[in-house]
Write a protein that binds this ligand. Sequence first.
Ligand code: B3K
Ligand code: ZN
Length: 850
Amino acid sequence: MKDAAPQTIYLADYTPPSHLVDAVHLTFKLGATNTRVVSRIAFRPNPKAVSNVFFLHGEDLALISAKIDGQPITPDLSAEGLRCAVPDTPFIFEAEVEISPATNTALEGLYMSNGMYCTQCEAEGFRKITYYPDRPDVMAVFTVRIEGDLPVLLSNGNPVAAGDGWAEWHDPWPKPAYLFALVAGDLVAHSDTFITKSGRDVDLNIWVRPGGDEGKCVFGMKALKASMKWDEDVYGREYDLDLFNIVAVDDFNAGAMENKGLNIFNASAVLASPETATDANFETIEAIIAHEYFHNWTGNRITCRDWFQLCLKEGLTVFRDQQFTGDMRSHAVKRIDDAIVLRAYQFREDNGPLAHPVRPDSFVEINNFYTATVYEKGAEVIGMLKLLVGDDAYAKALDLYFERHDGDAATIEDWLQLFADTTGRDLSQFAKWYSQAGTPRITVTDDYADGTYRLHLRQETPATPGQDKKEPLLIPIAVGLLNNNGAEVVPTTVLELTDAEQTFTFGGLADKPVPSVLRNFSAPVIVHHERTNAERAFLLAHDTDPFNKWDAGRTLAQDLLMRMIRDDATPDEAFLDGLAAVLRDDTLDPAFRALVLRLPSEEDTAQTLFDAGDTPDPAAINQAHETLKLHIAQHLQDTLPRIYADMIVTGPYTPDAGPAGKRALGNAAVSLISKLDGGKQAARQFAQADNMTQQLGALRALLQISKGADELTAFAQQWQHDRLVMDKWFGLQVSLAAPDQAAATAKRLTAHPDFDIKNPNRFRAVFGGLKSNTAGFHHASGAAYDLLADWLIKLDPLNPQTTARMTTSFDTWRRYDTDRQDKMRAALTRIARTPDLSRDTAEIVTRILG
Ligand code: B3K
Ligand code: ZN
């Protein structure tokens, strides 16, 4: 490992910065391997400092010269930064450094992507650009001059002046260094304007490289304008510059980045056309554009004091983008989608070696904490808070947040204080959601006598690494009661579970009701509720809460899969009839019906089995899933062609929720039909498709039945010049390969001339595809483990962030039998022993191995 004893950073050790920055002037003299960065920084001592030792972060910089108040100095340099003596009054620090963007494959700091200069500074990338206090609680006004032989030169804020080969930018809003951005390239803009509610014109641009992407910005622009309007309408937040730029970049570690006034996007998170993007891609793009835009207030105007507070901006901004998508599309479908994602990624994290609190209390590499727990569980915590205090109190607290903390680098304590101040509630128990890791289990039992129904709830959170003892949390459990005819006798009520065990009483009921517990997924918990399948089928048919109606079907399916795996059970009519009834119910949203038809993933079944004390067998799980799908197809044989025909969308393609829902159900139907007709219908759909949703849906249906070789070839021929579509081509083959072929397919594709280890999207397509093929990844041969380890070892010196992220594929290793455990441990150990392993990957491997 590069750093023999990587340093652990603790929340408890936070101290205020020694110096504050009033203004920064930066000049970039661009050169692919020799960019000069000249800085002029106005410092003053921080009155709140506990130490006056002056330290500037800086990594991989060649220092050319440094001055304090115009006098040359020779500072002490280390691998982490620079120290020097400074006056105890305000002073000017100047430096010139040289960096090499063209060889920066880590994609952090200033780097090049297909001839374009671009930056990624969150969390700690600015220190790879110049010497600076690279911490979010140091906020400053930036003025930037860019000199370079490229037509488009962009930075944050507003343009000040420009000439041949240079441009100057000024951002009037003080910001931390992680929000700095620079882009330079041969770019073209798709432009529009937005008039804010107070009547100011804002110029909007989406910048792309010329040569094919120009036509893929229409949807992103529409999403941006919708986001700007929504934030005004719902949160009263207006945009605060004259210009908002988005740039699409091919090589990017994350989805996108909210740099002030200059958002930089992974091309996959902004570019879309009906022919090249699926409905799901459109929805994701809309959400990411909204998310980055919403950060302008929740993240940029109010930022985080330190990186432990990351959920302050990320949890809140995810919550806001979820609300936005619900408003744009369907709240019911969005809630189900979010629960699927949370259970798949966050529950997996919370129940394994990488579990950490929403606000972690220590880290080695902060980039490893951009996790489902910080983001998605962070959003759930805000959703619970809103449910507990009510919509009006939430709105009041948010207004106060923007008033009280505008311009601040704030903390979770600041955030909770708003709610305490506006509601008078003591939120000390609720605050534990931020510090206690793990997914609470809620055990539900009930009884009924003499008109009174009693619901008993018990909560328990299993131990997580470093946290053996868990305390009861304040958990909002939304409950409704139905009578035997399916009528709601007690409408949705939010119960506040605060103790380890608690009983809630409902009087005046003529019969024992059927409870619908955790409506709308009111808390990120796992519910254990022993109930008959007849009761579950009843809820699938009658629950008025769409989330629980869907979840009843989901639980039935999971229960059935477990019985098939454990006891060789055959699929029972109760489940299949319940499914058929939902599918045939034309009053239900097709998108909802498509979700009900979708089985839990194999990974989900493995997790559920492990939770129940079993050792999951990936091959047996795969077998059960395939068998169940075939039974479903056979049971729905007569209905599927009718549904498929009903879901045909006429007229020009739009990615709106209505037609997208129909295509989702159409694709679910064609996938089942393929199990019966050998892929005839899917092949027809592939041949006729005029949009990516149907083309890919058909290809997927064919690959699932081990057909589609000709279609795969045709697809590659059609799309060989479109990187984003080819990512789908790479990914799909691996994720849908037969379990014994998955590793070989991935290996073959890494030898394809278009495989590029340096492009994170392509690397993730192949190896993310391998991870998502649960039975293939965990094939008994261990071939996938070895292949992934080989490639992670190759990638680590090039791109530590993406390597560390992909290493988490091994985090479920303790779930499996000893043979698989041994193989995964060997793969992890091989990674751990790699000389000069990055801090990022070293931290993940160490935590996974425990
Ligand atoms: N804040 C960025 C993520 C940066 C990732 C750093 N490793 C995108 C977002 O959450 O909006
Ligand atoms: Zn974010």
